[in-house]
Design a protein around this ligand. Structure first.
Ligand SMILES: NC(=O)c1ccc[n+]([C@@H]2O[C@H](COP(=O)([O-])OP(=O)(O)OC[C@H]3O[C@@H](n4cnc5c(N)ncnc54)[C@H](O)[C@@H]3O)[C@@H](O)[C@H]2O)c1
Length: 249
């Protein structure tokens, strides 16, 4: 599988490159792309989409949400599937992703880890089993993370909302108002070097259930992105995610 890594100079881009250079998923890096010029021996790196050439089977993107539009234009022009692992997209950027998926296969998921896909399922099961419980989500990340709350916290909240249709999201609660029964509180903690922790707390008057996922290494997301790229190659146009990939495997 021949890949292009967008955001190749960043923490996640470098992880994907490391795994691909080790031959994970039989991946070969055709090119890297970043706004910051990069000097790599193993593959060429571009700063302009118009300069990119070579045969590419899939693009893997861990960059910045503002990069998505140009990336998808390039992918559509060249009919290349794209794994968008970047988070923090605006509503307009999300609509662009949905539109692009009508022309090319696009994998878009706020969290590329299998463990988080499982956490999502467990959170939905808990919300179903305890319809009146209070549910709060706490996420913790390193102090360099740009978006808050994390895309994964929103992924979890939206999955719970599929079960609790009238749930209302409250971000970083403050002020005088009392908690409403159907609120889902979402709280972001930023400190040190935490790779990513997500906790879903389900509490009734008599018990509390805590579902928690901790990422120990960024390699976990890079592995997931390469698995997603492998899965996406040869698929028809459409929007794919981890839940769909796992259910089809
Ligand atoms: N889906 C997941 O599982 C998952 C996991 C980890 C990180 N992420 C997301 O991936 C993204 C990158 O994370 P990171 O920790 O590697 O960040 P980072 O800041 O270390 O790296 C981002 C890289 O993207 C480059 N970049 C910025 N704007 C660009 C543009 N317009 N075009 C091309 N390149 C551009 C930067 O120069 C940098 O090299 C973030 O949105 C983060 O939230 C997602």
């Amino acid at each position: 599988m021949k890949i292009l890594i967008c955001g190749v100079g960043g923490r996640m881009g470098r992880e994907v490159a490391k795994l691909a250079l080790d031959g994970v998923r039989d991946a070969t890096i055709v090119a890297g792309f970043d706004v910051v010029p990069l000097d790599t021996r193993e593959f060429p790196t571009y700063t302009e989409w118009s300069a990119v050439n070579g045969e590419i089977d899939c693009i893997i993107d861990f960059s910045h949400h503002t990069a998505t539009e140009a990336l998808l234009n390039f992918a559509k022009q060249n009919n290349i599937p794209a794994v968008i692992a970047t988070t923090g997209h605006t509503e307009e950027e999300k609509s662009n992703i949905i539109e692009a998926a009508k022309q090319i296969p696009v994998f878009h998921c706020a969290n590329m880890s299998l463990g988080i896909a499982l956490l999502v399922e467990l959170a939905k099961t808990a919300a179903k089993a305890f319809p009146d419980a209070d549910i709060e989500i706490i996420e913790k990340h390193h102090n360099r993370k740009l978006d808050a709350p994390s895309g994964t916290a929103l992924l979890l909240a939206n999955a719970i909302k599929e079960i609790r249709k009238n749930a209302k999201f409250i971000f970083g609660r403050s002020g005088q108002a009392k908690r409403e029964p159907q609120e889902i509180g979402i709280h972001a903690i930023r400190m040190g070097n935490i790779i990513g922790e997500h906790e879903v707390i389900v509490g009734t008057d008599t018990q509390t259930i805590t579902l928690k996922h901790e990422a120990h290494s960024r390699a976990l997301f890079a592995e997931g992105a390469l698995a997603a790229a492998d899965y996406l190659c040869g698929k028809p146009a459409g929007l794919y995610d981890m839940e769909r990939m796992i259910s089809e495997d």
